[in-house]
Design a protein around this ligand. Structure first.
Ligand code: SF4
Length: 696
C-alpha cells in the first residue's frame, strides 16, 4: 500500500504450525479500518463455520487502527478478535487491551498482527521492527504473566512491550485473558493463545506513525479535541460544587480540594481541576476513591496511569503494604474498574470502602493479573457465591473435595480465600476448578440450578450467561437493545458515557434532539418512557461508534465527545471528532457520514458473521434476547418496577422493529437485507449468506 498517514502499509501474519512469517498489504482491509473491523474481516474470509475457538484453524487477530500511535487523544487501545471461548457456541467476539502495546506494534512498522496455527511446543513471538522471530518459551511456560514479562525484558531489553498469558491461558481456562503493561486485559482471549502454545508477544519498535496534517494544524486539532474531553466515562461536570463550574452531578470528575494521592511521596493533591486547565486532566478522575472508597482510596493511591496517548489516566496504582505481610504478594498493584472489583466480587460480606475490602481487591488484582484469569465482569464469582450459599456446591461435589475447600475463610470475609479459589480455577483443580474455569455458559449446562439463577435479577446475568454490562439501567430500551447484539457482554460505553455526563436532563435532551432527532430519545435516569424512533437512532449510533472506536482504535471507555465540559459551546461536543482525526492523520477526505457508513459496514459484517456461525436466519428470535429478570423484576422491589428498570415485552418488540429499520435489517428476522449489505459494499457477504439460505 502506498504510504498514507496513520497506516504503516503492512500487516504481519504468523503461522505457528509451519513457522511461516509473512506480510500482507493493509490496503486489502482498509474498508474495515483496522482493529475489530479487520478482525471480523479475517474471520469471515479465513475461518470456516464449524471451527472451534481452540482449533489451529482459528485466528487470533491483534488489531490496531490508523489512529493508534498517532497521539490522537485516547488512541492507545488494541482489539483482539477471535472465536470467543466463553460463548457456548464459541461465536466471534472481541476483547480489548490498552497500555503501550498497540502503539509499539505501529512503531515497529505493522498495522496489525494475525496469528494462526499451533506451535508444536510453547513459543513466544519477538517483533523487533522488521525482524520477527518465533522463540522457544520452555522456560516461560508454567509461569505467571509477571515472571514471563520480566524474563523477556531481561532477555531483550526493558523497553520491550509484552502481552502475555498466565497459567490460566496455558491451561485452557475459558475465563482467561491476555495481559500487558500490568493492568490491561483482553478478557476471554487468553486460552486462544494458550491453545496455540503461544505464551507471549513482545515488541520493540523504533519507528513512528506519520501524520498527514501539518504540525501546527495537528497540534491545534489535538488541543481542540482535548478541550472537549471531560473525565473518565466522559463526565463533563464535577461531582461537587466548584467555583468554576455551572453544574455538578454524579460523574467521575471527582477531583477536589483536600483530596490526595495519599501514598505518593510526598502526597499529591488532586485539587481544583477547572475545565480549561488541560494540564490537570489527569487529576480529574481519582479512580482510587471511586474504586476503593474515600478513606482507603486516598490512603493507598500512589498515582493514576493508563494507555498510550490518554490524558485521563483511569488506572489507579496502589501501595497496600498488608498484601506483602499477610498474603505474600507484591504490595504494588494497578488496575481500573472491574479489575479492581474482581477480588471483592468473590465475597458478599465485606464492608465497601473498608481496609479489608481494598486488601481483597488488590490481592485479587495481584493474583488474577499474574495467572491471567479474567473476571467475566464478576459473573462466575457471583455464581460461586450463590451455589455455595444455596448448598448447591455441597450437594454436587464429592465430600472429600468439598471439605478441602477453605469455606471458613469465605464465611469470615478473609481475603486469603482468594489464594485458594483463584488457584483452584486457574489450575482446574478438582471438579469445582474445572467447572468454573469453563465460565458461566458451560456451567449452566451442567448445573441447571445456575441456569435458573441466571434468569433472576440477583444474578446480574444477561443472555447466554454473559454478565450484564450497561444494559436496561442505562437508557431503558437503548441499553437493552445494545446488550442483545453481541456474543458476550456488550462492552459498549457510548450510550452510558452520554447518559453519565452529569449534565442536567434538560441539557441532555437539548443535545439529544440534535444528535438523535428528538429530545425524547433521552430519558431521566431510572425513569424511561415508551420506545420511539429517537431511541433507535441513539442505540444505532452508540453501536456504530463502539465499532469505530474498536477499529480506529480508540477508547470507548471515555469517548465519544458528544457532550463537552465547555460552557462556551453550551456543553456541545462534536460528533465528527473521530472523522476529523482520521482525515488529519491519513490525509484523506473523511466526512462524518463516510465514517459512520464504515461503522455500519463493520456492524453488518459482525451480524452476518454471527448468523453464519450460528447457521441462523431468525436472529430476532434466537439471538437478540434478554434473560427473564429484565421483564420480570420481583414485585417486592418497587424501585425496579416498569418505567424504572423493568422492561415491557411489547415495548421491546417495538424497540427491535424500530432499531432494525434504522439498521436496514429485516424486521421479521433481524438479518441485514441484501440491499443493505450491497449498499455497504458487502455484496460478497450477501452472496455467501444467500448460499447458506440465511437471506434471500
Ligand atoms: S480512559 Fe482509561 S482505558 Fe481509556 S485510554 Fe484512558 S487510561 Fe486507557
Amino acid at each position: 500500500m502506498a504510504p498514507l498517514g496513520g497506516y504503516q502499509g503492512k500487516i504481519l501474519r504468523v503461522d505457528l504450525s509451519s513457522g511461516k512469517i509473512t506480510t500482507e498489504d493493509t490496503a486489502k482491509y482498509k474498508d474495515y479500518l483496522g482493529g475489530t473491523g479487520l478482525g471480523y474481516k479475517i474471520l469471515w474470509d479465513e475461518v470456516k463455520p464449524g471451527t472451534k475457538a481452540w482449533d489451529p484453524e482459528n485466528r487470533i487477530i491483534f488489531g490496531v487502527g490508523p489512529l493508534t500511535g498517532s497521539g490522537s487523544p485516547l488512541s492507545g487501545r488494541t482489539s483482539i478478535t477471535s472465536l470467543f471461548p466463553v460463548n457456548i457456541q464459541e461465536l466471534p467476539g472481541t476483547g480489548h487491551m490498552g497500555g503501550q502495546w498497540g502503539a509499539e506494534l505501529k512503531f515497529a512498522g505493522w498495522d496489525s498482527l494475525i496469528i494462526q496455527g499451533k506451535a508444536d511446543k510453547p513459543v513466544w513471538l519477538y517483533i523487533n521492527d522488521d525482524k520477527v522471530e518465533i522463540r522457544d518459551a520452555k522456560h516461560l511456560w508454567g509461569n505467571g504473566v509477571f515472571r514471563a514479562t520480566a524474563e523477556i525484558s531481561a532477555e531483550v531489553g526493558p523497553e520491550v512491550q509484552v502481552a502475555a498469558i498466565g497459567q490460566a491461558g496455558e491451561n485452557l481456562v475459558r475465563v482467561s485473558c491476555v495481559m500487558c503493561n500490568r493492568s490491561h486485559s483482553a478478557g476471554g482471549m487468553g486460552s486462544v493463545m494458550g491453545s496455540k502454545n503461544l505464551k507471549a508477544i513482545a515488541i520493540k519498535g523504533t519507528g513512528a506513525v506519520q501524520i498527514a496534517a501539518d504540525k501546527k494544524a495537528w497540534k491545534d486539532f489535538v488541543y481542540e479535541y482535548l478541550s472537549l474531553i471531560g473525565a473518565n466515562n466522559q463526565g463533563v461536570v464535577p461531582t461537587t460544587p466548584q467555583p468554576w463550574a455551572e453544574y455538578y452531578g454524579a460523574t467521575r470528575w471527582n477531583a477536589q480540594k483536600g483530596q490526595f494521592w495519599g501514598a505518593a511521596n510526598p502526597p499529591v493533591e488532586t485539587g481544583v481541576c477547572s475545565a480549561d486547565d488541560l494540564n490537570k486532566m489527569g487529576f480529574r478522575t481519582h479512580k482510587g476513591v471511586l474504586d476503593h472508597g474515600d478513606g482507603p482510596g486516598q490512603r493507598h493511591t500512589v498515582r493514576g496511569g493508563g494507555c498510550h496517548a490518554c490524558p485521563i489516566r483511569c488506572h489507579v496504582y496502589t501501595d497496600v503494604p498488608a498484601l506483602e505481610t499477610k498474603y505474600g504478594v507484591s504490595r504494588y498493584n494497578a488496575n481500573t474498574c472491574i479489575g479492581n472489583s474482581f477480588g471483592k466480587s468473590f465475597f458478599d460480606n465485606l464492608a465497601s470502602g473498608s481496609e479489608i475490602a481494598i486488601e481483597a481487591s488488590q490481592l485479587g488484582c495481584a493474583l488474577a493479573d499474574d495467572y491471567g484469569l479474567w473476571s467475566d465482569y464478576g459473573q462466575f464469582p457471583r455464581d460461586i457465591l450463590y451455589a455455595y450459599r444455596k448448598g448447591i456446591i455441597k450437594a454436587k461435589l464429592d465430600p472429600k473435595e468439598y471439605d478441602s475447600i477453605p469455606w471458613k475463610l469465605l464465611d469470615a470475609g478473609d481475603p486469603a480465600w482468594l489464594l485458594d479459589i483463584m488457584k483452584r480455577i486457574t489450575y482446574k483443580q478438582g471438579e469445582l476448578g474445572k467447572l468454573f474455569a469453563d465460565g458461566p455458559a458451560f456451567l449452566e449446562k451442567k448445573w441447571p440450578e445456575i441456569a435458573q439463577f441466571h434468569q433472576t435479577y440477583e444474578s446480574s446475568c444477561w443472555k447466554d450467561a454473559h454478565a450484564k454490562h450497561h444494559s436496561n439501567e442505562n437508557g431503558g430500551q437503548v441499553g437493552t437493545l445494545i446488550n442483545m447484539m453481541y456474543n458476550r457482554d456488550s462492552q459498549c460505553h457510548t450510550h452510558s458515557n452520554y447518559l453519565a455526563s452529569g449534565l442536567p436532563l434538560a441539557v441532555q435532551k437539548e443535545i439529544g434532539a440534535e444528535l438523535f432527532g428528538t429530545p425524547d430519545a433521552v430519558d431521566a435516569n431510572n425513569n424511561y418512557t415508551k420506545m420511539n424512533k429517537g431511541k433507535a437512532v441513539f442505540a444505532k449510533l452508540s453501536l456504530v461508534y463502539l465499532e469505530l472506536h474498536n477499529s480506529l482504535t480508540a477508547c470507548n471507555w471515555t469517548l465519544p465527545v458528544w457532550v463537552s465540559p465547555r460552557k462556551d459551546r453550551k456543553y456541545r461536543g462534536d460528533i465528527a471528532m473521530e472523522s476529523k482525526a482520521l482525515a488529519m492523520v491519513t490525509g484523506e477526505t473523511v466526512s462524518r457520514a463516510d465514517l459512520e457508513m464504515t461503522g455500519m459496514r463493520i456492524l453488518h459484517l459482525f451480524r452476518a458473521l454471527t448468523a453464519r456461525y450460528m447457521n441462523e436466519k431468525d436472529m430476532r428470535k434466537n439471538h437478540d434476547k434478554a434473560n427473564e429478570w429484565v421483564f420480570e423484576y420481583p414485585a417486592d422491589k418497587p424501585a425496579l418496577s416498569a418505567g424504572v428498570s423493568r422492561m415491557d415485552r411489547a415495548d421491546i418488540e417495538l424497540a427491535k422493529d424500530l432499531f432494525y429499520e434504522e439498521m436496514g435489517w429485516d424486521k421479521a428476522t433481524g438479518m441485514p437485507t441484501r440491499a443493505t449489505l450491497e449498499k455497504a459494499g458487502l455484496k460478497y457477504v450477501a452472496d455467501e449468506l444467500a448460499k447458506q439460505g440465511l437471506i434471500a
